[in-house]
Design a protein around this ligand. Sequence first.
Ligand code: PGA
Length: 263
Amino acid sequence: MTDTAVIAAGPLWVGTSWKMNKCLDEARSYARALADYVGQTGPSGVQPFIIPSFTALAATRAELGADSPVLLGAQNAHWEDEGAWTGEVSVAQVKDAGAQLVEIGHSERREHFGETVDTTRLKVAAVLAHGLVPLLCIGESAEVKRGGGSSRFILEQASGAIDGLTADELARVLIAYEPIWAIGESGRAATVEELREPFADLGREYGGHIRGLLYGGSVNLDNAEDLLGIDHVTGLFIGRAAWQLPGYLRLLEMAAAHPKAAG
Ligand code: PGA
């Protein structure tokens, strides 16, 4: 699939995974205050989403309400609906708890929990089969980047997970490019210049075919506007800078004011 169409016009996706943070009280108060802030319609031109731990999914859904403009996501899900998979949680179960979106293949899961291209493919298919939105995370290590293999690496991660989907299925997929070297406390923020090429490659491959192409990794209030300005970027996937609600709200406001939010 190669054409030069840009990603289809739509809202800017701006969301956060809380990773392994927040017990119920904290999750509820964040969700309650976020629901108050977004009201019935949410920020114009922006699609907010939050991704709590499994344990907080149902409580977060209850605070957001059934028809919230904020999408609720899970950080992972197994591809089978049920069975002898101790410690795992299925797509059917996260859907039952109120999730509409499932994050798949975050680099922390690939590094520490044996996530592979094959398992990401199974999970994308399961998420689509249940009518949820897959948020596929891809990204290369510092070592791969040093060796000049970034583009090839991320295109292989993406194609391994989503090639073979129908056009309708593909049109429901979100991809977040999150270079490992830019994520978390030990990461360093990527410059706009070094992100142009990977996004040009991803845009060339998937532009016009997927639902959104997000950037993640040390996103903060200082760099968010510039990151959204990169060609083909249609959203931000945020960790630390959005774990406290005021930070997330400011990022939503900044995105709503961005020229691309009009799309
Ligand atoms: P960070 O996390 O914004 O804290 O770097 C990003 C991510 O892991 O998605």
